[in-house]
Design a protein around this ligand. Structure first.
Ligand code: SF4
Length: 210
């Protein structure tokens, strides 16, 4: 298999439960809910995306074989193989490409495997940390995991519908657009009404890291 990767970089995880942890991010190209073109955004199945996942032209982006991708991730991680290392597969939609071979090879190098997925595709075996971020109008098939992170508000969303799914942590994260202050206010109000949910902020945006 050839993997299409937009970018790979070392950073601090900014969101959700692992917020503040050093992590290597591998952003796969492509998503099943939007083709990434501005001209089709309004009619896409997911229409509030703020991520560039098109092509392979980001930092350390490219087309990789299994062994070349593992080597590149190792190089970017810059860590001793004896240490436990966190790799976060994101996108786009990472489950279009992440497979058991890649997971097994990274585990041999002592990586802890995390994914950030829209929940519409089931994951391969071996993922250690599953974060599902559902997009309204798109049925999730992955209804269990470590954390569910709902970008808020989304028109027509009913938080009660998620509360019986099998997640350890429930997060609401204000939608980062030109109405951020209003979105934050609505998010805080929702948390006051639905105490199962906790606030997730995109702290990497505040501290100026990728
Ligand atoms: S599912 Fe995620 S990556 Fe895909 S368009 Fe929506 S926000 Fe962007």
């Amino acid at each position: 298999m050839i993997y299409s990767v937009k970018e790979i970089f070392l950073t601090i995880q900014g969101e959700g439960y692992n917020s503040g942890r050093k992590a290597t991010f591998c952003r796969f190209s492509g998503c099943n809910l939007w083709n990434g073109l501005e001209t089709s955004k309004k009619t896409a199945k997911c229409n509030f995306c703020d991520t560039d996942f098109v092509g392979v032209d980001g930092i350390n982006g490219g087309k990789y074989t299994l062994s070349s991708l593992v080597s590149k991730i190792e190089k970017v991680s810059k860590e001793n193989n004896k240490e436990k290392k966190l790799i976060v597969f994101t996108g786009g939609e990472p489950l279009l490409q992440l497979n058991e071979d890649l997971i097994k090879n990274l585990k041999k190098k002592n990586y802890e495997i995390a994914i950030e997925t829209n929940g519409t595709i089931n994951p391969p075996k071996g993922v250690d940390w599953i974060c599902v971020s559902p997009k309204i109008k798109n049925k999730i098939v992955l209804n269990y995991g470590n954390e569910i992170k709902v970008v808020y508000p989304q028109k027509g969303i009913n938080l009660n519908e998620f509360e019986n799914l099998r997640f350890e942590h429930y997060y609401l994260q204000p939608l980062h657009n030109e109405k951020y202050s209003q979105n934050l206010k609505k998010t805080l109000e929702a948390i006051m009404k639905h105490p199962k949910w906790k606030l997730s902020l995109q702290t990497h945006k505040f501290i100026g890291v990728k």
